[in-house]
Design a protein around this ligand. Structure first.
Ligand SMILES: [Zn+2]
Length: 300
């Protein structure tokens, strides 16, 4: 089942759970996420960053769409951190059901103008749009590289931004960083900032940089009103830690079908844990029920 983000997070908001967005860039990582979702009967968001799309190429998107469209579990195919109108149009052309325009480093008014333009185009073709306000930090361990500070989202600005752009979801900066945290660094989420944003903004909120934060904090953020949590580094790191172990074995060979099944299982374990944390395990049934209801309404 392929949905856009409104369809996905509308159900999540109503039933008080969050849906994980997992970055993929090849068939092994894609299988890890899709099979984990199906085994757990959990909804999931397949996230592809422009640098990941540059790596896996546009034709790979056709395979992903065919695979998830035929699944009994709901998926969104989402462009993560679209950085230009061109990257957004490329995603729409490839068949993504949702995009993010990250204008968070632009001056406030420019971020509004650019995001509103993307919303106008994307809504014409039923593609949902995520905007970002405030600056989510970088730990220096991601593809973006370099360390940056967190600039917390201002709740009043968030309200103005949502009203003026018409975005469907908003990524907020409440203290998380992209990537895995260096040893000795303990991130602390500002729940007070999240609560203040939630009071003035009604659309689903998104937490980026969800890898490496304590489970209790992520669960609390979901309870307050986060509906989408982005996960990339910690399930991939489990996959590749296992890959290193498998490759170090004598005579491990060179066939993907021998090397990767154990890595996929290791990545899945992290995803199962996240799905339980977000309370999305078993929730795919809600979407199937909604779909049946819609078909019935169309028949009468
Ligand atoms: Zn992000």
């Amino acid at each position: 089942m392929l949905l856009n983000m409104n369809q996905m997070l509308g159900v999540a908001k109503e039933n008080h759970f969050a849906v994980g967005a997992y970055n993929v860039s090849d068939s092994n990582l894609f299988r890890t996420v899709v099979e984990a979702a199906e085994e757990n009967d959990s909804p999931a968001i397949i996230a592809v960053h422009p640098t990941e799309l540059a790596y896996c190429k546009d034709d790979f998107v056709k395979y992903m769409i065919a695979r998830i469209s035929n699944s009994p579990v709901p998926f969104v195919l989402h462009m993560d951190h679209g950085d230009s109108i061109q990257s957004i149009m490329r995603a729409v052309h490839d068949g993504f059901s949702s995009v993010m325009l990250d204008g968070s480093l632009l001056p406030f008014e420019e971020n509004i103008a650019k995001t509103a333009e993307v919303v106008r185009y994307c809504h014409m073709v039923n593609v949902s749009v995520e905007g970002e306000l405030g600056t989510i930090g970088q730990t220096g361990e991601t593809v973006k590289g370099g360390m940056t500070e967190v600039k917390y989202t201002n709740p009043e600005d968030a309200k103005t931004f949502v009203n003026k752009t018409g975005v469907d979801t908003l990524a907020v900066a409440i203290g998380t960083c992209h990537g895995l945290y260096p040893k000795g660094v303990t991130p602390k989420l500002r729940m007070d900032v999240l609560k203040s944003i939630k009071e003035v903004v009604d659309i689903p909120l998104v937490l980026h940089g969800g890898s490496g934060n304590p489970d209790s904090e992520v669960a609390e953020a979901v309870r307050i009103g986060i509906q989408k949590v982005n996960i990339s580094s910690d399930y991939k790191s489990a996959f590749f830690t296992k890959a290193r172990e498998v490759l170090a074995r004598p005579n491990s060979g060179w066939d993907p079908n021998n090397l990767f099944p154990e890595c996929i299982e290791s990545g899945k374990k992290v995803i199962f844990h996240k799905m339980n944390l977000f309370n999305s395990t078993g929730k795919a049934a809600l979407y199937r029920q909604a779909q049946i209801k819609q078909w019935r309404n169309e028949l009468v």
